[in-house]
Design a protein around this ligand. Sequence first.
Ligand SMILES: [Zn+2]
Ligand SMILES: [Zn+2]
Length: 566
Amino acid sequence: MASSEPAVRAMLSNLCRQCARAPTRPRTLSAVNAARRLPTSAARARSTLTTPPATAAKAVSSLSSSSDLRTRWQTDSAASTTTSVNPTSETQKRRSSTSVFAAKTDNANKPSAAAVAAHEKENRVLAEDDLFHSYTESPIPDMRKRAAFIKMHAHCPHPHHQSTHLPAAEPRLQTTLARFEGENQLPPAHVDFECPDCGIPVYCCEEHWMDDYEAHLQICDTLRQINEDDHDLRSGRLFPEFDYPGPQMEEALVNMTNWDTLMYTRGFNAISDDRSMRQVTRLLTYPVTIASVLHELSPYSIRKGGQLTTEGLKSFSALRYTLHPPKMGESDSVKGIRPQAPAVRLFILGARAESSLPRDIWVQLAHLFPNARIHLIFIGPESMTNRDDEFPLPPRTPENPFGAVVEDRVWPSMKISTIVDYYHTVHKTGYFYPYDPYFDCFMLFHPGLGHPASSHEWTETIPLLLETKAPILVTGYTQYDMERDIEWVSKTARGEFDLLMEPGENIFRSQRWDLNDMDPQDISCGNWGLWAFRGKRSVIFLFAIIMCEPSLTFNRYEATRKESDQ
Ligand SMILES: [Zn+2]
Ligand SMILES: [Zn+2]
């Protein structure tokens, strides 16, 4: 693919990095976001979350040319609901009863109970016990469109068909294929038959579905759950779970053992049913995955089975020192002024939909590190996807050489910048120089490092990341996806990196499974797996300095800068 051509580039910018997955229809995040009470610059954040239909259409048309394309994220925006959501008075009661640890954002715009009831009556299209519908027969037009899309693009997985593309999901075991050996004579066929148990078109005909039923059974239950969750998002119900808690009380510690303890100690709405939990974790997994590794109360340790390596402990301890600074007697008076450490920079590379998540999702990260300043930097050619309202991008000026979109009032201690470019392009200009292991961290959400469709985009980036010696956190959609990435890194950077975190299932993965519309056999979940690595250090880490001189923040800053220069 001649990616140098502007037209191709423009097309690609609507596609997912990993496998050129494209949004298939307009996003409607803005409604819920508009209903949310952001503390600052809410208007700006809101404007980031819609995609006009034109973009979606373009993306779909570009998709049809490739067989290995997958759609993703198309519902996560819808996920944040298609209706305007405001907490009911009942919700409020529940909130105040559970808000032991976290202050709540104010609810000045709270609608009356009558208004809420009217909303419910007007918007509710599906009852709570009526969420299962076949995609083709769904009462929701959106779902019928999706069924049509699947039927147009997905292929029947029955082994009698000639294979059409590299499998996106884990290839089927040879043993299960043996049964069909020597018979793959049929040409590829699109799916047309909907399994009655999951309601999703999965095979070309009933015979193939029955013949391959054993294989389908492995995913049928999960597919049904996806089906119901998708209908739930469009049911028009109120979504109290998308109401997030404000700052954490200083005296109350968060407990990061798992989702339940985190939500309880953070003062989330009491989320009692699994479905709400799935919907909310699907978005929260992004900030919380980062926090779960960097936080001083991280559940990952160097104890046996704790995933963290000794190198990892060194790296993350450095960052934790900056993220949890000791009290230095600062106050609002002139006497109480203290030098402030620079913001911790979290580079989110290859950013896609995560860059357009509602800002109060990302602010949750600031609440977990209340005493630190955080600068989130989304970088990647697709980092403005779904944020068409903000085009054209700011001009490239000497002060802003990459035309970064800067949101500096997201939260008093948090700033978000978005740069639409490849990271390696920016790195080579020295724009972010110097890098400092105490202040910098890279995050790669499902980068597809080893995916045949995207690994070439990372070959230039990874060596530069290793050079910085800053930790690199990586997630994967599935175990297969993650292991493929690790294998690729081990092969391309052999001997040049240290593993900071052993690969394993992410404690704060999304609890919701997602369907790939280009291949319904391929189910995955956001941030399923998590691991971390870093460029090998030749100098002994200055870990001890923290222990002896905790107050010399700036000396340490200089020292580590020198170290990273070497
Ligand atoms: Zn078939
Ligand atoms: Zn099924």
